[in-house]
Design a protein around this ligand. Structure first.
Ligand code: HEM
Length: 286
């Protein structure tokens, strides 16, 4: 089957395996004519264990080769970030938290739960964007995808107990974090839904948005530094810190952390989104 792949079968490069069997291009029932040469119909997939399933997305996707290995830099970033961010929270001691805690009984437990789920989300997101693993071990991709979804759902709900009440960054950061938490959950749910339908091109797009939001915490470390340098010179001056300046810097960096990530992903999706395939014409006659 795989040898019959043509230009119309390009989705197989992005999503070659979805169940434990391999998906292969198939002909839609309308074009299945006995005795004709096998011509895969765009958007139709067959799995050896089930009946043909229609990928309801019109357009195939393509990923430029030089960017197919984003998993490695993301993995390195994740390990470095977790090595730096997690230790203060491992002992479950509120006094060691890196940020000011409001006097709310649920805040610290919700913060720790969201950090635990966020760590799982970062690690599984790295696994999910590893194209080779997706291709060769589709079952690992599915299992890790479910763990990612569970981590985002639980972590997202926990974040809603933290984000509106955070003390650093004031209302600007509170609104930015609450919106981030909501979009984090919504994009992951939309991606999961698209995979179940199955609409693999839409699944890829929603999941890339979701992963961009997951990695906003890593981007935040970069933007915080930039914004403190730009908006809060009192922090580096050696004198007393101006609290209003610092809150402004934290607020702006919180927005930048996820909005810029989303913009980059949207640009990337525009670049790699292929035009809808032309319908396959049935040959008439011999
Ligand atoms: C994407 C959705 C996320 C949202 C909306 C979010 C929101 C928040 C909020 C509101 C705080 C408290 C900030 C404050 O009170 O000043 C916080 C802290 C924190 N978050 Fe997240 N977060 C998200 C994802 C993640 C992820 C994926 C991780 C990965 C482990 C993570 C790790 C942390 C850590 C370690 C802290 C404590 C801050 C520190 O020690 O520097 N978050 N987050």
């Amino acid at each position: 089957m795989r040898s019959s792949r043509t230009a119309t079968c390009r989705p197989t490069r992005a999503w070659p395996g979805w169940c434990s069997e391999r998906w292969a291009p198939a002909r839609s029932p309308s074009t299945a004519a006995p005795g004709r040469r096998e011509v895969p119909t765009p958007g139709w997939w067959v799995c050896r264990s089930v009946a043909p399933v229609r990928d309801r997305d019109a357009g195939p996707v393509s990923t430029p080769a030089r960017l197919r290995s984003a998993a490695l830099p993301l993995g390195v970033l994740t390990v470095v970030f977790l090595g730096y961010a997690l230790p203060p929270y491992l002992g479950l001691d509120p006094a060691r938290a890196r940020l000011p805690l409001p006097d709310l009984p649920w805040f610290y437990p919700a913060l720790v739960l969201h950090i635990a789920c966020g760590s799982v989300a970062l690690l599984t997101a790295t696994v999910q964007v590893w194209p080779r693993l997706r291709r060769t071990h589709p079952v690992v991709h599915r299992t890790s995808g479910r763990v990612y979804l569970a981590a985002v759902l639980v972590g997202g709900v926990a974040v809603l107990g933290v984000a509106p009440f955070g003390l650093s960054g004031g209302p600007t950061a509170q609104v930015a974090n609450t919106m981030l938490g909501l979009l984090w959950v919504l994009t992951a749910v939309a991606g999961h839904r698209a995979a179940r339908q199955p609409r693999f091109a839409a699944h890829r797009e929603w999941m890339l948005r979701s992963v961009a939001l997951t990695f906003s915490i890593v981007a935040n470390r970069f933007w915080s530094t930039v914004c403190v340098l730009v908006f809060a010179p009192s922090v580096t001056s050696g004198g007393p810190v101006d609290a209003a300046e610092l809150a402004q810097a934290v607020g702006v960096s919180t927005w930048l952390s996820w909005v810029v990530n989303l913009l980059v992903v949207e640009w990337w999706l525009q670049r790699t989104r292929s035009p809808a395939p032309r319908p396959v014409r049935e040959r008439v006659g011999p």
